[in-house]
Ligand binder design. Structure first.
Ligand code: HEC
Length: 140
C-alpha cells in the first residue's frame, strides 16, 4: 500500500491562527486619537464641524454630528481615526488627511470629490473634527 505524502499542516494552522488573532475589533487606533496627533494646536474641531455643514460636504457625505439628509455619493465620514487609508490611497495620517481635504484631485485626478476651496487651516479644523471623538460613535 502506498502512503500518500501529507504536507506538514502546522505552518498553515499557525498562519490561520495568526490571521484570526488579527480579526478582533480591539485593535488600537492607527494613531493616538486624543490630539488627532500631528495637527497644529490651533486646529479646532468645533470650527471643523461648522465648516462641514457650511461647505456642502454633507451633500455627498454622512457625517456623525452634522445633520443632513443622508447621501451616499461619498463614503461615511465616521471613525476616521481607525481607517488605514484616506480615499484608498494615502496612509491615514493627519497630514495626509489635510492634503486630501485641500485638493482631492491633486491626489487622485479621477476622484469624484471636487476641490472645495478649503484653506489649509480650515482643512486642519475639519481633520481635527473627523479624527476626534465626536465621529467615533459605536462603530469599531
Ligand atoms: C460632490 C460630492 C462631494 C463633496 C461636495 C465632498 N466630497 Fe468628500 N468625497 C467624495 C467622494 C466621491 C469621495 C471618495 C473619493 C475617492 O475615494 O476617490 C470622498 C472622499 C472624502 C474623504 C476620504 C474618505 C475616506 O473614507 O477615505 C474625506 C475625508 C472627505 N471626502 C471629506 C470631505 C469634506 C470635509 C468635504 C467638504 C469640505 C467633502 N468631502 C466634500 C465626494 C464629495
Amino acid at each position: 500500500m502506498r502512503r500518500i505524502a501529507r504536507p506538514n499542516r502546522l505552518p498553515l494552522a499557525l498562519a490561520v491562527l495568526a490571521l484570526l488573532a488579527g480579526c478582533g475589533d480591539d485593535r488600537p487606533p492607527l494613531f493616538a486619537a486624543d490630539a488627532a496627533g500631528g495637527l497644529p494646536k490651533q486646529a479646532d474641531p468645533a470650527r471643523g464641524r461648522a465648516l462641514i455643514a457650511e461647505r456642502g460636504c454633507i451633500a455627498c457625505h454622512v457625517v456623525p454630528g452634522v445633520s443632513a439628509p443622508p447621501s451616499r455619493v461619498g463614503p461615511r465620514l465616521d471613525n476616521m481615526g481607525r481607517q488605514a487609508y484616506v480615499a484608498g490611497l494615502l496612509p491615514n495620517t493627519p497630514d495626509n488627511l489635510v492634503r486630501w481635504l485641500v485638493d482631492p484631485p491633486a491626489i487622485n485626478p479621477r476622484t469624484a470629490m471636487p476641490d472645495t476651496g478649503l484653506q489649509r487651516s480650515q482643512a486642519e479644523d475639519i481633520a481635527a473634527f473627523l479624527l476626534g471623538p465626536a465621529t467615533r460613535g459605536s462603530a469599531p
